[in-house]
Design a protein around this ligand. Structure first.
Ligand SMILES: [Zn+2]
Length: 477
């Protein structure tokens, strides 16, 4: 039974989707005006893990993630770059998708852009005006939180205080972290600094606020009530709090059944901040020579509700984990015998599967789940030389099956094989391998060992196999 921690109820609850076997999932996507940093990436990887596990559990998941391609920052920065809003945001959207691919995040089923859903947003704001949940102030429209019965429940805010403050102050900024608790903007009237970025609509000339985007696009693709909404915990207030208020005021129905939030990311024990210069992007780490898939391992292996401390030592640990999977797979492939034996491979695989499922069912406890898999690899390592081909294949298939959830083993394996193929085809490496074979034939073992050392300097390990065959391995990652 899958259980998830629901921010709305502050409890771990059994997960029951609205429609059996199906899950509607919405997560807040990027504002496309720069590169995503590791903190953002953790949130996307958390959603990816959730999706993969739900799919592995047999659910059909429909995941929607928005692209925020209009707001103060995109308007400001596109104009500074001398580009149209569309050119500017398309550029950063493409870079964002490259980053997702680099860490093997499965793309959402739907990735709606805010600028392509203005009509839907306008229709919602119009109804909120008609029903008295919203009011005009100047050319803008604001949501009146005093009309919301449960405002602030998600963030466990003191409702009465909020309501008392509700109508006193207005804030027209998209920089919500600066906002005090008060009414929030649904539609922003056009101002000269917006330039040519505006829509002429029934509710006036202007553009949408940020919160209304997520309500309009999630409801359009998932319905007025859906199963799971996720994101980083920094979005609980005000963004998700406001999404709930406006959505439920609009539909009269419960908006979302399960709210899931991942905790913060620290860098080497410190909060990410501009002044510390530790806003690392994936590209920064690639430039330092780290494989992006190692970043996936680092950001994935800590339970999503714990603060995660990203360190460079952690990347090295991830490399060690990658190598253990790789070595297990290579060793398993070398088992070609057919002899029977006393090994209980069914029991070994079933034991690991049970532990993996129990941990993941417990609010996606990936740390425990991954530890169970690492223990399993250690046991495989003890038994592998005694396995016959069928048993080795069974273990290998299981590793790749688990990787449907982990999402890094296949990437590492394929990358390794590509690199190994290139190294094996390298003329100098082949020359050394042939030379070693000749020296061995001539029983010049000291000479053969010297060549082995030369290969080793190139990161290539050669080992002899039965029937004058040999196996090459390369240093990785
Ligand atoms: Zn959102």
């Amino acid at each position: 039974m899958l259980k998830l921690f629901n921010t709305l109820t502050h409890r771990v609850e059994e997960f029951k989707p609205l429609e059996e076997g199906h899950v509607g999932l919405y997560s807040c996507g990027p504002t496309v005006y720069n590169y995503v940093h590791l903190g953002n990436l953790r949130a996307y990887l958390f959603i990816d893990l959730l999706k993969r596990y739900l799919a592995w559990r047999g659910y059909q998941v429909k995941h929607v993630m928005n692209i925020t391609d209009v707001d103060d920052k995109t308007i400001r920065d596109s104009s500074q770059a001398g580009q149209t809003l569309k050119e500017f945001t398309e550029h950063y959207t493409a870079l964002f998708l490259q980053d997702l691919e680099a860490v093997n995040i499965r793309l959402p089923e739907v990735m709606p852009k805010a600028t392509e859903h203005i009509d839907e947003m306008v229709a919602i704001v119009k109804k909120l005006l008609e029903t008295g949940h919203a009011y005009r102030q100047g050319d803008s429209v604001y949501f009146k939180i005093s009309t919301s019965d449960h405002y602030g429940e998600l963030a466990q805010l003191a409702g009465r205080e909020l309501k008392e403050n509700a109508d006193q102050r207005l804030n027209q900024s998209d920089e919500y972290e600066k906002e005090n608790v008060n009414d929030f903007v649904l539609w922003k009237g056009w101002k000269p600094e917006d330039g040519d970025v505006f829509w002429e609509t029934e509710i006036g000339k202007g553009r949408p606020g940020w919160h209304i985007e997520c309500t309009a696009m999630s409801m359009k693709y998932l319905g007025e009530t859906f199963d799971i909404h996720g994101g980083g915990e920094d979005l609980v207030f005000p963004h998700h709090t406001n999404e709930i208020a406006q959505s439920e005021a609009y539909s009269g129905k419960k908006f979302v059944n399960y709210w899931l939030h991942n905790a913060h990311l620290l860098i080497e024990g410190k909060k990410m901040s501009k002044s510390l210069g530790n806003f690392f992007t994936l590209r920064d780490l690639q430039e330092r020579g780290y494989l992006p898939i190692l970043v996936r391992i680092v950001l994935l292996k800590v339970h999503y509700r714990q603060n995660l401390n990203f360190t460079f030592a952690g990347l090295d640990e991830a490399a060690a984990i990658a190598r253990r999977f790789l070595d297990a797979l290579i060793d398993l492939e070398l088992q070609t015998g057919e002899a029977g034996n006393q090994l209980d491979i069914d029991g070994l695989v079933a034991g690991c599967r049970d532990k993996f499922v129990a941990a993941m069912d417990d609010d996606l406890n990936i740390s425990i789940a991954l530890a169970a898999v690492m223990d399993f690899l250690a046991e495989v390592n003890r038994q592998v030389k005694k396995m016959n081909a069928a048993q080795a294949a069974q273990v290998r298939d299981f590793i790749f099956e688990i990787d449907q959830v982990l999402g890094f083993v296949r990437v590492i394996y394929d990358d390794y094989q590509d690199r190994l193929a290139k190294v094996s085809a390298d003329a100098q490496v082949r020359e050394l391998v042939d030379k070693r074979a000749e020296l061995k034939k001539a029983k010049d073992y000291a000479g053969a060992d010297a060549v082995r050392a030369q290969l080793s300097e190139r990161g290539v390990t050669i080992s002899d196999m039965p029937g004058e065959k040999y196996l090459l391995r390369i240093n990785y990652p």
